[in-house]
Design a binder for this molecule. Sequence first.
Ligand code: DQA
Length: 155
Amino acid sequence: MTPLKILVLNGPNLNLLGQREPAVYGHTTLADVEALCQAAAAERGAEVECRQSNHEGVLIDWVQAAGAAYRAGELAGVVFNPGAYTHTSVALHDAIKGSGVPVIETHISNVHAREAFRHHSHISPAAAGIVVGFGVDGYVLAIDGLLRKARAAQA
Ligand code: DQA
């Protein structure tokens, strides 16, 4: 059986993890996060592909392509930290809805305990699940949750 595949997407400024506001986001780099995701997936008999972009349109293209891969049975879903686009992007909401791919919205920080402009998410109404405030462990929780959903759907 081919292992379940997950796409891990990170949006704007997440390439700066490790140097960016360490009091909020910690000292872990994006490369560390991606290695954590690879290990978590492998432990669970799955595989991940990790990508990061600072550009909304690129993220939209990737979500659309993920929808096609999901429909083809090649992808279980997407773990997605959209960064600040969470709070601004109707286009990413539409891409998730339109593509039909299950997305687990993931945030390192607890956005609800921060500035008011971070309290609203355009992504949450289109997401299959949400992980918020567990630091970078949230990516592992999201991978676990997505795999559980995918395997429950297969059973
Ligand atoms: C973030 C929270 C967002 O509000 C912020 O713009 C980010 C990171 C998080 O992971 O906590 O870039 O998505």
